[in-house]
Design a protein around this ligand. Structure first.
Ligand code: HEM
Length: 215
């Protein structure tokens, strides 16, 4: 609620005095010539401000943990950094920071032998989908060169994550630097998970790492 109140102030201010920023676009957006409702404007602002935080940091944390647990995979990345984009996809699959979303069936259908009626809510369990043995070879193994890797960490269809490309750029940029500078990573304690039923990942990841010494 505090976040909504904060955004309401930002929206009011950007409506009076638009600046060249994203919130000015959201605050003054129209659809078919009509302004968005206040609820829609605030929800968009909230989504844009929050959607990329826990999700991206969770992917980085879980990716780092997997590199510490799988030194052979870290070795592969250091030897061949062109694998970093595919490693980032594997980190998203492992982290699956958004655990689930709900969809409403618009027609009667059947899925995996389960009858679903129009109007019923269906929970999409992304964590489960990303470890589906029918879709992934050896799903519980972290492989930086996994191919194909048709994970659903960013959802699927009309609401596919708007920030996916930004999140990919962020992970790739970070791990590109890490493989140049970090020689080895290991766990230095028990990882602690965020207690959440929706979005999250690691709360604490104690690690010990060794940097390359500069010549
Ligand atoms: C690792 C990082 C991220 C993950 C795992 C992630 C995951 C997701 C998922 C699962 C959805 C729902 C897709 C669906 O309902 O089918 C979604 C939607 C969305 N994401 Fe992300 N996201 C990430 C980063 C970001 C970033 C960086 C931004 C923006 C800066 C962002 C903005 C959005 C928005 C606006 C939507 C709603 C799209 C719509 O409803 O049309 N996300 N994301």
């Amino acid at each position: 609620m505090e976040f909504f109140q904060y955004l309401a102030g930002v929206v009011a201010q950007r409506r009076q005095q638009p600046e060249g920023d994203l919130m000015s676009v959201v605050a003054n957006a129209t659809i078919d010539g009509e302004p968005l409702s206040d609820m829609d404007t605030l929800s968009y602002g909230m989504l844009l401000a929050a959607a990329g935080h826990d999700t991206t940091s969770s992917s980085v944390g879980v990716g780092m943990m997997q590199l510490a647990l799988n030194p052979g995979e870290f070795e592969k990345l250091k030897t061949d950094p062109s694998l970093i984009p595919s490693a980032a996809q594997e980190m998203f699959r492992w982290a699956t920071p958004v655990r689930h979303f709900i969809r409403t069936a618009v027609v009667d259908t059947e899925l995996g032998g389960q009858k679903i009626k129009a109007g019923e809510a269906v929970c999409l369990m992304y964590l489960s989908g990303n470890r589906d043995e029918a879709a992934f070879d050896d799903p519980d193994t972290f492989r930086v060169d996994r191919s194909p890797n048709r994970h659903v960490a960013f959802g699927y269809g009309a609401h596919h994550c708007l920030g996916r490309i930004l999140a990919e750029m962020e992970l790739e940029a970070l791990f590109n630097e890490i493989v140049k500078r970090v020689e080895s990573i290991e766990l230095a304690g028990e990882p602690e998970w965020v207690k959440t039923n929706h979005t999250g990942g690691l709360k604490h990841l104690p690690i010990r790492y060794r940097m390359y010494t500069r010549a």
